[in-house]
Write a protein that binds this ligand. Structure first.
Ligand code: ATP
Ligand code: ZN
Length: 285
């Protein structure tokens, strides 16, 4: 029987959300602290806990069959693996930053300058695409202190809120790439393993879709029904049930998180009241 070896970051910003996603997919396992491996007892998966930087290489070499890493790490290491799913967590961006007091106009600022980064390949490709030649200085950590100690004139690093930049006297000037966690897979999976990956992606999709949608229940006078049904397309069409109170109905449907508030406003204007909004755990179209 086939198993899937799944590489997950051992401890860091991806770890918790990665494991949570597998649990939400109904995959049960125990991961004790400091353990290097864990086995699921209800899905043929074995987890390997690794440094995120090693994951693309291990997946390429077949030590792991799939893995979860930031898109930034995948792009930097340029290993021969396939991105099979964007996962929507660990969102961040890779940006260029310079000392706050610098007069920065555009990317040509970096011409002939020295930039410190842990992402030399991504940065070099970016600079090349912009026609800028700069000196790329690779350092492995604490990139944000490089300008302060005279090591570089600018940096290229991961940003989420920007507070680390600010506290180091830097300002963000260009976004080099946007990133989120992705699932990568080996290009030499067996047919049975590919089936398991497909099953897993099916479950992930239903979890992610559930998060993107809400279940709505509301009451409305029957004369507003047509208008409300038009506003609530749902999965196929809404459920309409009569209320004990004559002339009123209860309507149940699904609405998308992105247009949620806009939708609620329109529903109220159309006569809806007593609106309940409930999270959806999983959604299969
Ligand atoms: P390791 O010890 O495994 O090498 P690391 O220190 O390189 O870990 P983390 O800081 O845990 O890595 O970040 C892992 C990934 O999480 C990054 O590659 C990036 O995709 C994402 N990430 C980094 N910083 C943030 C942030 N502030 N907000 C959201 N996501 C982030
Ligand atoms: Zn790392």
């Amino acid at each position: 029987m086939a198993t899937l070896k799944v590489a997950v970051q051992k401890s860091g910003r991806l770890s918790e959300d990665s494991l949570k996603l597998f649990r939400e997919c109904g995959i049960k396992f125990n991961n004790g602290v400091k353990k290097l491996k864990a086995q699921s007892h209800n899905f043929p998966i074995e987890f390997l806990f690794l440094r995120d930087d090693d994951i693309p290489g291990y997946v390429e070499d077949g030590i792991a069959d799939i893995g979860i890493v930031g898109q930034n790490v995948h792009d930097e290491y340029q290993k021969n693996v396939e991105v099979v799913k964007h996962l929507g967590f660990s969102k961040c961006r890779l940006s260029l930053a310079v000392p706050r007091e610098e007069d920065y106009q555009d990317i040509s600022y970096f011409e002939g300058k020295n930039i410190a980064t842990s992402y030399p390949n991504i940065l070099k490709d970016y600079l090349k695409s912009k026609g800028v030649s700069a000196e790329v200085h690779e350092i492995s950590g604490s990139v944000e202190i490089a300008p302060g100690i005279g090591l570089a004139e600018g940096i290229c690093d991961i940003v989420s809120s920007g507070s680390t930049l600010l506290s180091n006297g830097l300002k963000e000037v260009e976004t080099v790439m946007k990133s989120e966690a992705v699932m990568v897979a080996s290009k030499s999976l067996t047919e049975d393993q590919q089936k398991l990956v497909n099953q897993l992606i099916f479950r992930i999709n239903s979890v992610l879709e559930g998060k993107n949608n809400k279940y709505v229940l509301l009451n409305a006078p029957n004369e507003s029904l047509d208008k409300i049904i038009e506003l609530l397309p749902g999965m196929r069409s809404p459920t309409v049930l009569p209320l004990a109170d004559k002339g009123w109905s209860s309507i149940h449907s699904v609405i998308n998180e992105d247009t949620f508030w806009e939708n609620i406003e329109q529903l109220r204007e159309a006569g809806a009241e007593g609106i309940l909004v409930v999270p959806i755990e999983k959604m299969i179209r």
